[in-house]
Design a binder for this molecule. Structure first.
Ligand code: NAP
Length: 517
C-alpha cells in the first residue's frame, strides 16, 4: 500500500507544473545540509541499532512542495516489527526498574537536545510535511513540551493507601507501567504526535515501538537519534516504518505489546480497536474530528475572524482540530463572511521555506482530490465559492485558501473532515439550532465558540458533545491540558496530568494478617 501511494503521488506530481526553480534549489540545499547534520537518519531503529529492512526494500520520502525525493528509508514489515517488539520487551525490565528521577533525567536531556536542534528539526518537518517553517518550529516547541512535561510528571506517579475494612489489613494501590507500547502516528504533526505518546510512556517506565507515517518518517528518526544521544538506553525506543497494515498487525498480534496508542483516521482507529481485542490490549485513540466553530451575533467580530482563521487554516487545514464547519448567526452572516474573506485573501500560499508564507502544500494529490470532490458536492447542492475554490497556480498540491457560503448540513463539507484549506460557512437562527448542528456528527474532538456572553459561554460549552472547547480562541492545544475526543473521535486523553494514566496499570495490594505475632 505504501509503495503504491508513493507511486501515485510521484505520478501525479509529474503531471503538475513544477515549483519555480529557485525555491526548489533552495530546498535541495536545505536537504543537503540536513543530511550532513548529526540528527539525520534514514534507517529504522531497533534495539539501539540503525537497520535496513531485512530484504533491503526501501520507500521514498518526498517533499510535497517540490516533489523532490528527500531520502529513501526502509520499507519494513512484520519481521522487523517483531524484532523491535522483542528489543522493547527486553529493555522493559531494566527501564521500568530505574527510579522515576533517573528516567526523568534522560527525558529532560532529550527535551534539551530537541530544543537545541530546533532549527534542524523544524526544517525537516517543513521538508517532508510542507508546513511553513515558522509553524514547523512551533511544532518542535510544542512537541518538545510533552517530553519536558512528562519528565516532570514521572516523579509524581503516586499510588494510594485505602482505609481498610478489616482491622488486620492494609490496602494499597500501586501504579505500574503497562509494558511495551505500540505507537502509530500520522503525518500532519510528524514530531508532536510521537512525543505526546512516547513522553508519558517512557516517563512511567514503559518501552515503545513507534511507527510514524511513511510520508514523514525522517522527523521521527531524527527525534529517535536525539533520544539515543540523551542516554535513553537501546531498545527503550524503537522506530519501524513501511507496510502499515503488516506493522499494525504484528503489533496487534504480539502478546508482549500491552498497549496500542494511535493517532490518525477514524477508519484505521476502528480496525486497530477491533484488532486489539485478540490479545485484550489497552488502547488509546486520537481520531478524526469535524470541528464546529459557532460565531454568535454577540461575538467581537475581530476576535471571531482571527480565531476562525487560526482554527481553520493552520497547517493548511490539515489538523484534526481544524474548524470544519463555521456556523454563523444569520444576523451577522454577511458581515462575518466579508470580514473573513478580507483576512483569508491575505494568506500567502507557497513553499514553506519562503518568508511570509503561511499556507504550504497539501500532503499529496489524494488530499487535493478529496478537497475537490467535497467542493464539487457542495456546489452541486447550491453552495457558493466566495474566495478561492481551485488549485493554486503554483501547481503541485498547492490549493487556494477557500471560503464557501450557503453550506447546508447534508453536504460532504459539513458531514466529513475536509482536511484542507476550505472554510464552509453555515447559518443558524437560535442558540439551540447552533448546538444541534454542532452536535449532529459522529465526531467529537474540538469545538469553538465566539461570544461575549458569559452565561452563553457556560451553557454552550456544557452542551457541546466534544472533548475540547475553545471560547474566543482558535488555538487551544497545550501540553498541560487534556487532549482527546468523545464519540467516534477517540478514547483516552493525551497531555496533562491525565495523559500518563493511559500508560499505567493500577495494582491493588492487600496486606493481610497485620496482627500475626
Ligand atoms: P491514517 O491514514 O489513519 O494514518 C495514521 C497512521 O496509521 C499512519 O502511520 C499510517 O501509516 C497508519 N496506518 C494506516 N493504515 C494502517 C493499518 N491498517 N494498520 C496500522 N496502521 C495503519 O491517518 P492520516 O491520514 O495519516 O492522518 C490524518 C487523520 O488523523 C485525520 O483524520 C486527522 O483528524 C487524524 N488526526 C487526529 C489527531 C487527534 O489527536 N485526534 C491528531 C492528528 C491527526 P502510513 O501513513 O505509513 O500508511
Amino acid at each position: 500500500m505504501g509503495v503504491a501511494r508513493f507511486a501515485l503521488c510521484k505520478m501525479a506530481s509529474s503531471l503538475l507544473p513544477r515549483m519555480h526553480r529557485p525555491s526548489a534549489l533552495r530546498q535541495m540545499s536545505v536537504a543537503a545540509d540536513l543530511k550532513n547534520s548529526t540528527i539525520f537518519r534514514s534507517q529504522g531503529l531497533i534495539g539501539g541499532q540503525w537497520v535496513a529492512a531485512h530484504d533491503g526494500k526501501t520507500l521514498q520520502v518526498n517533499n510535497p512542495s517540490t516533489g523532490e525525493i528527500i531520502a529513501d528509508v526502509p520499507f519494513m514489515g512484520r519481521r522487523e516489527t517483531n524484532d523491535a517488539i522483542s528489543s522493547a520487551y527486553e529493555a522493559l525490565n531494566s527501564w521500568s526498574k530505574l527510579t522515576a528521577a533517573e528516567r526523568s533525567k534522560c527525558l529532560r536531556k532529550w527535551y534539551d537536545l530537541i530544543m537545541s536542534h530546533k532549527e534542524e528539526l523544524g526544517q525537516l518537518i517543513t521538508l517532508e510535511q510542507g508546513k511553513p517553517l515558522k509553524e514547523a518550529l512551533g511544532e518542535v516547541s510544542y512537541g518538545a513540551s510533552f517530553i519536558e512535561f512528562f519528565a516532570e510528571e514521572a516523579k509524581r506517579v503516586y499510588g494510594d493507601i485505602i482505609p481498610a475494612t478489616l482491622a488486620d489489613r492494609r490496602l494499597f494501590v500501586l501504579k505500574q507501567p503497562v509494558g511495551v507500547v505500540g505507537a502509530i502516528t500520522p503525518w500532519n504533526f510528524p514530531l508532536a504526535m510521537i512525543t505526546r505518546k512516547v513522553g508519558p510512556a517512557l516517563a512511567c517506565g514503559c518501552t515503545a515501538v513507534v511507527k510514524p507515517s511513511e510520508l514523514t518518517p525522517l522527523t521521527a528518526l531524527a527525534a529517535a537519534e536525539l533520544a539515543l544521544q540523551a542516554g535513553i538506553p537501546p531498545g527503550v525506543l524503537n522506530v519501524v516504518m513501511g507496510n502499515a497494515s503488516d506493522i499494525g498487525d504484528a503489533l496487534l498480534a504480539s502478546p508482549q505489546v500491552r498497549k496500542i496508542t494511535f493517532t490518525g483516521s477514524t477508519a484505521v482507529g476502528k480496525k486497530l480497536m477491533a484488532g486489539a481485542a485478540g490479545t485484550v490490549k489497552r488502547i488509546s485513540l486520537e481520531l478524526g474530528g469535524n470541528a464546529p466553530c459557532i460565531v454568535f451575533d454577540d461575538a467581537d467580530l475581530d476576535v471571531a475572524v482571527k480565531g476562525v482563521l487560526a482554527a481553520k487554516f493552520r497547517n493548511s487545514g490539515q489538523t484534526c482540530v481544524c474548524a470544519n464547519r463555521v456556523i454563523v448567526h444569520e444576523g451577522i452572516y454577511e458581515k462575518f463572511a466579508e470580514a473573513f474573506s478580507k483576512a483569508v485573501q491575505n494568506l500567502q500560499v507557497g513553499d514553506g521555506f519562503t518568508e511570509g508564507v503561511v499556507q504550504g502544500p497539501l500532503i499529496n494529490e489524494a488530499a487535493v482530490q478529496k478537497v475537490e470532490s467535497f467542493l464539487q458536492d457542495a456546489l452541486s447542492k447550491g453552495a457558493k465559492v466566495i474566495l478561492g475554490g481551485k488549485r493554486h497556480s503554483l501547481g503541485m498540491t498547492f490549493y487556494e485558501p477557500t471560503i464557501v457560503t450557503d453550506v447546508k448540513t447534508d453536504m460532504l463539507l459539513a458531514r466529513e473532515e475536509v482536511f484542507g484549506p476550505v472554510a464552509p460557512l453555515l447559518r443558524f437562527k437560535t442558540e439551540e439550532e447552533a448546538i444541534r448542528i454542532a452536535n449532529d456528527t459522529n465526531a467529537g474532538l474540538a469545538a469553538y465558540i465566539f461570544t461575549s456572553n458569559v452565561q452563553r459561554t457556560w451553557r454552550v460549552s456544557e452542551a457541546l458533545e466534544y472533548g475540547l472547547v475553545g471560547v474566543n480562541e482558535g488555538i487551544i492545544s497545550t501540553e498541560v491540558a487534556p487532549f482527546g475526543g468523545v464519540k467516534q473521535s477517540g478514547l483516552g486523553r493525551e497531555g496533562s496530568k491525565y495523559g500518563i494514566d493511559e500508560y499505567l496499570e493500577l495494582k491493588y495490594v492487600c496486606l493481610g494478617d497485620m496482627n500475626r505475632k
